[in-house]
Design a protein around this ligand. Sequence first.
Ligand SMILES: Cc1cc2nc3c(=O)[nH]c(=O)nc-3n(C[C@H](O)[C@H](O)[C@H](O)COP(=O)(O)OP(=O)(O)OC[C@H]3O[C@@H](n4cnc5c(N)ncnc54)[C@H](O)[C@@H]3O)c2cc1C
Length: 862
Amino acid sequence: MTDRKPHGTTPRSDNVDVVVVGAGFAGLYMLHRLRQLGFSTRVLEAADDVGGTWYWNRYPGARCDVPTTDYTYSFDPELEKAWTWSEKYATQPEILRYVRFVTERYDLRRDIDFGTRVAAAAWDSATERWQLRTTAGEHIRCRYYVMATGCLSQPKTMDIAEAERFRGEVYFTSRWPHEEVNFTGKRVAVIGTGSSGIQSIPLIARQAKQLVVFQRTPAFSVPAGNGPVRPERRAPLEADRDAYRKAAKWSRIGVPSTPTQILALYSPPEVHRERFEAAWQSGELVELANIFADQVVFPEANEIIAEQIRDKIRAVVKDPQTAELLCPRDYAFGTKRACLDTDYYTTFNQPHVRLIDVRKHPIRTITETGIDLGEEALAFDAIVFATGFDAMTGAIVAVDIAGREGVSLKQKWADGPLTYLGLMTTGFPNFFTITGPGSPSVMSNMMVSIEQHVDWIADCLAHLRTEGTTTIEPTATAEAGWMTHMNDCARITLFPAANSWYTGANVPGKPRVLLPYIGGVDVYRKACDDVVANDYLGFTLKGPQGTRCRDGVIRRVQPDVAMVLDLLATLNLPPLETLPVEQARALATQLSVGRPSGPAVGEIRDGTLPGAAGPLAYRLYRPASPGPHPVVVYFHGGGWVLGSHDSDDPLCRDLCKRADALIVSVNYRHAPEARFPAAADDGLAAVRWIAEHAAELGGRPGALAVAGWSAGGNVAAVTCQLARDAGGPRIAGQLLLTPVTDCDTSRPSYAENADGYLLTASLMTWFWDHYAAPAARTDPKASPLRARDLSKLPPAFVVTCEFDPLRDEGIAYAQALAAAGVPASHVTARGHTHTSLTMVDVVVSGAELRAEMASALRRFFK
Ligand SMILES: Cc1cc2nc3c(=O)[nH]c(=O)nc-3n(C[C@H](O)[C@H](O)[C@H](O)COP(=O)(O)OP(=O)(O)OC[C@H]3O[C@@H](n4cnc5c(N)ncnc54)[C@H](O)[C@@H]3O)c2cc1C
């Protein structure tokens, strides 16, 4: 072991600016930054040396699973020049050598107390300091308290009965002895087949006389293909280090890679095979996470990858029963940490290796001599527990932390951790967590996430000092907003469904919530930067000069909506309203090319029907179920100017399938060629004809509703009024999605959403200008909200979106209908924009609302 300054030889101050707990990668870099800034700092570390993860996890086969080109500090280009990794995935001894090399290079040891475990920490409001107590009884005060205690540093408590009875050798992968362990000639049990088990099993098998592996949940494991660094990584790094590191910082998981747009659900089998095989051969988790854009969104898409991995397992493992046992089935690929291995599956072809499924054969107890399964007792010389960690929160709540008014962190987090950005938590001023729950952490290359957090915290402390402020704490609003955003990110994926340590499901009694942020390293970094750029949005800063707080929520748009907006922003499209109409139409059509088509339906058929002034095209969507079906006359969006009977194809298919109704989408006449009231007149004409011909179309006569989106919502609402006034046809209900209901553009939603989110205030003005002369716009046939009488209209279901100029007029219409005695319900889609709910299979967060819309249609027909 490298020489260390023994604990206690240097007098330490018991009152410092900052205490950092942990001397792994995070604590060491934090110390380096704080020193550069001139903050007095002490680092407290329970272990006897630096390294954290790489100090404790010395089991055979321990390696990183992010390529070492990327799993390395990047803060100092000179450091990078001074160190060369020997292979694609370095071993634990090499990584530990690197940690020590960095420690010596920056002379970090002199501020670290080894063998020092923090037991408790309490905030003292009077002195605005944290009071820390170590297990040895030492008290240390500090202004800022930073926990760099690691996401995977707190081993899971043993939950196997009477494990301590065993008289043979006992090892924990997470607390492996420093001395060499030799299993030659021994009967060995390995309990657990997560990453540590998978890395160690092949090497233990090489020595052991007999090896029994106890598996509860099989992992998806991929051959690491270890060896020299891949040229795909080495070449760009050597060509331009800075560009490579920047690409990592702004990537999805902290390793440079271009996110694919290819959807498994919309690609043919040969693409499925090609993309999977390329990722498999790369032996990189980042490639395996990027096979398809929808792989952690739709179970069917995920299954395309999962089944190919199972095929690989079956091809390697000779005994079919063992192969099946090793095939994961009850969670989606990627939603539990995928593993990289060297010869894991072939190990099970060796005659002295046996696999036991503890779900079928639970471990009843551990005895003095081995493991008792009830029906069988197995004798062992050594047992290796590879049982994992109380991840992300374990090491934090293991310390008794009390914040303002003595509130305990453990209690505050009893139902799951609550944080702002995974960096801080309300009620605990000046308390920071590096890679804490609510940040990308274990979903990323940790080195990138650690450096980002350390830099953010260091910059924050420097800012506080410059400002003359002494405390910082997130507001309740900001924290709640971040947790909502966290849940929004989780909800649209398959992650929450998996029983994994990501969700706390591996620890009995631990609240089940998705702990890391899964929105992406790039998206997360931008959020953190935006918080700072917006004057530390969501934080209260206090100092002798007073209190400053710009309260608010940093991310309010649904994550998948934000992704679409970001993608569109990269296209640099001209605003539609700056184009001649024909060009605007061409651009709108072009944008819909290649979009997911939406679900399959029974039949799609085109036809024409008589409109108010000539034939109109329509498209009919028929459900696959036996008819006759109720009929929904649908009016497309596009500001009366753009779109056609097939432009809302995915939404029509979706509604058809979900509502089990026939959808007839009508191509009403468009402006400026046919201005007001052409669209409205066509709406009524179409509804009349469809009502009369319902049976011919395969519909149920008498069961007819209307639906429309945006300007189509306007046509639908107006049609209901016209049909009422004309004495028919009878309309069972109106589904209005973000409808135009009024020409007044002075409502707050116009001002709030004037410039963003595709439908801007100026685009809406352009639409109105094409559709109706100013004097005509107040006519209820253009502005249905202005109708004198709204009574006796069909029941309505109105959907408005939070970030839409039309939001308030939609709400006003729903309220006015209700006030007139019409059964009208209304939902506002939180975090959605004018267009986002129509983006079937792209904006997945819209699916719930589309399901509600379909339920409303079904209710109309009851
Ligand atoms: C086997 C294994 C392989 C991994 N491979 C990868 C990989 O390839 N890529 C990747 O990105 N990540 C990997 N990780 C995650 C890994 O934990 C991080 O990459 C990184 O090492 C974490 O550094 P850290 O400084 O944040 O935490 P740690 O390295 O965990 O250090 C935390 C330190 O805090 C100390 N500590 C905790 N509580 C206290 C207390 N109360 N008082 C005093 N000291 C305390 C601990 O003793 C520990 O030394 C791996 C993890 C494991 C277990």
